[in-house]
Design a protein around this ligand. Structure first.
Ligand code: PLP
Length: 289
């Protein structure tokens, strides 16, 4: 088992490696071009959550980039070995990474790693987050009109997402909701936006050039069975202001309740407890196949 604070690394040949030893070549296209895709999963009780949904999305992202994808069986074996190695007594933050490999040619680079869940994640789960809306600088049509922009694929090119978060944090705000050039709600830099309107949960349509979220999808499966109506619907900033609850949902943070939006303090949602418990149930029961 990995030591407290240490990381776990498993390559797709199933080998558990020394996570402190160098792994990538200097010309790996992950490093020099961000030319690859990834997934982030929660490890809980010694197993990775929603593996099937993450492998589906990894496959879709790899297809969008025309990347050769190692077989699902190899990913599953590496994921299981890494989760086992991480152990059952603490949560972990798992990454699946696939790059085009070296610039000079050869096989793709692929590995699974697990590290500790960041303190900020635990805070966001517990206390919720303040959020500012920021323009993304493109239309909801980007994915359809310019497929080479890879909107909707989870590529390694997250520099602009991280820059948006730094911009917010410099102003004392925890997180961001991006808006399109038409002013539609898109997503967070690392999360899906879900709002409540009574017993209805709503999220923007994935066709609006956003990443289809596995947590939101799992939540919708569970919520449907618990008496909630779940919808994909274009949203405007005003829909957030009048919503009875806004959450940023994602695989490791799970559900972060938005308590402040663009400086406006929001009341606690009547659906807050339901959403928190449904997300817990969703990540533990949906999408493992
Ligand atoms: N949107 C973006 C841009 C993300 O980076 C993420 C998570 O990494 C999500 C949405 C939420 O996806 P998931 O629920 O699969 O973690």
């Amino acid at each position: 088992m990995a030591e407290q604070g240490g990381q776990v690394l498993v390559t797709l040949d199933g080998q558990v490696r020394d996570a402190d030893a160098p792994l990538l070549h200097v010309d790996d296209l992950a490093v020099v071009r961000g030319d690859g895709v990834f997934e982030t999963l929660l490890v809980r009780d010694g197993r990775a959550c929603k593996v099937g949904l993450h492998l589906d999305r990894l496959e879709a992202s790899a297809t969008a980039l025309e990347l050769p994808l190692p077989g699902r069986g190899l990913w599953r074996r590496a994921v299981e070995a890494a989760a086992r190695e991480w152990g059952r007594d603490r949560e972990g933050w798992m990454r699946l990474l696939l790059s085009r490999g070296r610039e000079t040619g050869g096989p793709a680079t692929a590995f699974v790693s697990v590290g500790p869940v960041a303190e900020r994640v635990l805070r966001a789960r517990r206390d919720g987050v303040s959020v500012m809306t920021l323009p993304r600088g493109y239309s909801v049509d980007l994915a359809a009109s310019a497929p080479w922009q890879l909107a909707g694929a989870k590529t390694l090119s997250y520099a602009t997402n991280m820059a948006a978060l730094r911009h917010a944090q410099a102003q004392g705000v925890d997180d961001v909701i991006f808006t399109s050039s038409e002013g539609r709600i898109l997503e967070g830099p690392r999360s899906t936006v879900v709002i409540a309107r009574g017993k209805t949960l709503i999220t923007p349509p994935p066709e609006h050039s956003i990443l289809p979220g596995t947590t939101q999808r799992a939540l919708f499966e569970v919520a449907g069975a618990k008496g909630y109506t779940c919808k994909y619907e274009p949203l405007n900033p005003v829909d957030l202001v009048v919503a009875e609850g806004i959450w940023l949902v994602s695989s490791v943070t799970l559900a972060a309740r938005v308590h402040t939006l663009d400086g406006l303090s929001l009341p606690v949602s009547p659906a807050a407890e339901d959403v928190a418990s449904m997300v817990q149930l969703a990540v533990e029961t949906v999408g493992s196949d």
